[in-house]
Design a binder for this molecule. Structure first.
Ligand code: F6R
Length: 612
């Protein structure tokens, strides 16, 4: 999620690092910093703010320095402050490091380092434990100290480390967070993303999970998880800088769609206890009494986040047995909702800055209700003003059309529903276990859905859809909010007028618009209403509409009814919306592509709507 650059060579390290960090800044960061090796010491400069602020602070002071590491932060653990900015250093200031990812067991490690080893901490971050661990294990070989430290750690990391005792040497390690080594002539680099390297080299080595590397100006040694020196293939980057920012994809939207398996995994990480299989939302501190006495929940959000809320309603009602009302935030604040004791308000917002959502949050708090925020941005207005926050760990979302943030909002809502159900004793343990195991299977299923083969199977239908100015999305039960989200995505990026209907509503009016060839996307993943949905599909077929069905493996009847069908891996119906929305995102994307639309920045829209 954050940006990392490390350099060792003959050039001015500061300039190389600052330039590299700027190439990564398109994701929108909140703090930046560097650690430089200067005359046998480490110098750290860091703070909240942009890379340009850091550059101004550094000025010309370090022109002679040729080794250093740098970081731009997208706050996760701890607010965007000077102290929480990376690099973090050890007590003796002899180790400095930058880190992307999450150290899951940082609390216990921190306690151990303070109580047993006398370390002093300066930040709220999980990362700082790594600096103290490396100091603890350092005995003359930085690589060995990093390896021993990582053996203590659970979580994910792209980690780059410097020691004042080892001039010219950078150590890095990767687990579930990308790191790429750039191979130069008399210089070498490391970065979390390719754009930061391209001004210096196109020859790269992409580190794999579990690998560590020792980098000097002359040499790059790579070690596998067992500590053996290995040979790695060199990957020559042919993308230009713009394509590289998008990870080689044509648009941020497609990149973000492809990031969904990782985003979903990240949002579940640490929140499902691997030994008990129970949901563990230790970041929330509602009392059991507060939760047991809840009589109603209001979910309030806008746009895509509102669609997540509609699914949240269904899932919370089903798993926790609490009645839920869902409101569009701009309506909630003016409809004088009946807000009473024993009610909870959940606001959902990717940006955490949406004006209407923020106003709804304030209204609820004014009326004395507690507000739980589900948001993607640490330090956002919503996160600061809510009583409790559950972060989605989707990472920065650049495309205006929300995709990966939406999926992580759904996952957060499933976790909340399970948490409420388990605390209130309203969910059968077998059902809870089934949902937890289904949640764990999501990243794998999403990868299957995003395979090359699946993507190309959608393209012919999108080429057909691209010729129309109107389309329908239909679904029943949990498929209906997915239909709404699919229609919204298609509208906003392809400019095709799309309407979503509960499938049973077709014959109450919209059927009049069904003519030969009109695109109708039918979501049919819910067993209990499958036959009903099929009969609605039949109504469209009878009028020669062009139906594209999205269903689960095993529902073979669907293929017999329609020309085009997309099979999702089989999953518990409650979780199917997390999978079924993905083909609708892809349909919107490829249709907009076929129409030559401005996909990442659709006309008239902004990523964050901070006005009413
Ligand atoms: C659609 C989309 C918008 C946002 C809405 C709320 O793709 O992105 O509908 O979902 O503007 O934004 P957040 O979640 O930032 O409050």
């Amino acid at each position: 999620m954050c940006g990392i650059v490390g350099y060792t060579g003959k050039k001015e390290a500061c300039a190389v690092i600052i330039d590299g960090l700027k190439k990564l800044e398109y994701r929108g960061y909140d703090s930046a910093g560097v650690a430089l090796q200067k005359n046998g010491r480490l110098v750290i400069a860091k703070g909240a703010g942009s890379v340009a602020d850091l550059e101004a602070k550094l000025g010309d002071q370090f022109k002679a320095v040729t080794v250093g590491i740098g970081h731009t932060r997208w706050a996760t653990h701890g607010r965007p402050t000077d102290e929480n900015a990376h690099p973090h250093s050890s007590c003796n200031d002899e180790i400095a490091l930058v880190h992307n990812g999450i150290i899951e067991n940082y609390r216990s490690l921190r306690q151990w380092l303070i109580d047993e080893k006398g370390h002093k901490f300066h930040s709220e971050t999980d990362t700082e434990v790594l600096a103290h661990l490396v100091e603890e294990y350092y005995a003359g070989d930085l690589l060995a100290a990093v390896r021993m430290s990582l053996a203590m750690v659970e979580g994910s990391y792209g980690l780059v480390v410097l020691s004042s005792h080892e001039p010219g040497r950078i150590i890095c390690a990767r687990q579930d967070s990308p790191l790429i080594i750039g191979l130069g002539e008399g210089e070498n680099l490391v970065a979390s993303d390719i754009p930061a390297l391209l001004a210096h080299t196109r020859r790269t080595i992409i580190l794999e999970d579990g690998e560590l590397a020792s980098i000097t100006a002359q040499k790059v040694d790579i070690y596998n998880a067992d500590g053996c020196l290995i040979e790695r293939e060199v990957f020559t980057v042919t993308w230009d800088i713009e394509a590289a920012e998008k990870g080689g994809y044509d648009h941020f939207m497609l990149k973000e769609i492809m990031e969904q398996p990782a985003a979903v995994k990240e949002t579940m990480r640490q929140r499902i206890d691997t030994t008990t299989g129970k949901v563990n939302l230790s970041e929330l501190d509602f009392t059991a009494k507060e939760l047991s006495s809840l009589e109603k929940i209001h979910i309030v959000a806008c746009g895509t986040a509102y669609h997540a809320g509609l699914l949240g309603k269904a899932v919370i009602e089903k798993l926790a047995g609490i009645p839920v009302e869902v409101d569009v935030a701009s309506e909630f604040r003016y409809r004088q909702p009946l807000l009473k004791e024993k009610q909870l308000v959940i606001v959902i917002s990717q940006s955490g800055e949406t004006a209407d959502t923020l106003a709804a949050l304030r209204l609820a708090r004014q009326k004395g209700l507690k507000v739980l925020a589900i948001t993607n941005v640490v330090g956002s207005s919503v996160s600061r003003e809510a009583d409790q926050v559950l972060y989605t760990w989707a990472g920065p979302e650049i495309a205006v059309a929300s995709t990966k943030a939406y999926l992580t909002q759904l996952v957060a809502l499933y976790l909340v529903a399970l948490y409420l159900g388990e605390t209130r004793g309203s969910i059968e343990p077998e059902l809870a276990a089934e949902i937890v195991s289904g949640l764990k299977s999501l990243p794998g299923h999403l990868k299957t859905i995003l395979s090359e083969e699946s993507l190309s199977s959608l393209r012919p239908y999108c080429d057909h859809l691209a010729k129309w100015e109107s389309a329908f999305f239909v679904g029943r039960n949990l498929d209906y909010p997915v239909a709404l989200e699919g229609a919204l995505k298609l509208k906003e990026i392809s400019y095709i007028h799309a309407e979503a209907y509960p499938a049973g509503e077709l014959k109450h009016g919209p059927l009049a618009l069904i003519v030969r060839g009109i695109p109708v996307i039918a979501i049919a993943t819910q067993k209990a209403v499958l036959d009903k949905t099929l009969s609605n599909i039949h109504e469209v077929n009878a009028r020669d509409g062009a139906v594209f069905a999205i269903t689960q493996e095993g529902f073979e009847d669907v293929a017999r009814q329609v020309d085009s069908v997309f099979y999702l891996p089989s999953i518990n119906d409650i979780l199917a919306p997390v999978l079924s929305v993905v083909p609708t995102q892809l349909i919107a994307y490829y249709t907009a592509l076929a129409r030559g639309c401005s996909i990442d920045k659709p006309r008239n829209l902004a990523k964050s709507v901070t006005v009413e």
